[in-house]
Design a protein around this ligand. Sequence first.
Ligand SMILES: C[S@@+](CC[C@H](N)C(=O)[O-])C[C@H]1O[C@@H](n2cnc3c(N)ncnc32)[C@H](O)[C@@H]1O
Length: 207
Amino acid sequence: MSKKSSKWYKNHINDEFVKLANKENWRSRAVFKLKEIDEKYNLIKANSRILDLGSAPGGWSQYASQKHKNIEILAIDLLYMEDLENVNFVQSDIEDFSDNYLKNDSFDKIDLVMSDIAPNISGIESADVPAMLNLADMVVEIALNVLNNSGNLLIKLFQGKGTDDYLREIRGHFDKVRIIKPKASRSNSREIYMLATNLKNELITQD
Ligand SMILES: C[S@@+](CC[C@H](N)C(=O)[O-])C[C@H]1O[C@@H](n2cnc3c(N)ncnc32)[C@H](O)[C@@H]1O
């Protein structure tokens, strides 16, 4: 193991949220970010349909499916994810997912799109922020196509050049946009979450 990865590993196993996730049998420490946001804004509702983008190893889907039994989750990730109750998993790049599914008229509408997708991080801001915004653009395109009127979008972003413009664009589509830094999000990371609630009922005109 390189010096850098052994330092990361040491920090990781000593992390309080990693320890808690292991103790409580969650698939990832990321679950505590969703839990904190959900406890404040009640995003995961009974009888709802949820799209979990960048879902592996499955902490967010696991939290949602344990919160309500009568919930339907479609989870997508490049990486394989183990089965979970009430979760239909598709191993795919979100780019291919949007090409294959969005053109399918029988696709039922979704109440919440949640995306914890992140690119491979280089540590170089001028590479990481645009890579994240590129993914975030795909996520919002999917969300605008699949969400019910008044549906919600939760998405991970990195603070940096271009992120304010992205937020401005999102504000036009939703009633309220909040920026959240959950306790489980490392303070030295550029990561933030954007919660956009109540998709506006827009008339889409086609040329
Ligand atoms: C931070 S992890 C998600 C953790 C998850 N929320 C949990 O609680 O277990 C980010 C995930 O995004 C996935 N990802 C990155 N780019 C993707 C893409 N283009 N399409 C689908 N998944 C992608 C990665 O494979 C990775 O599993």
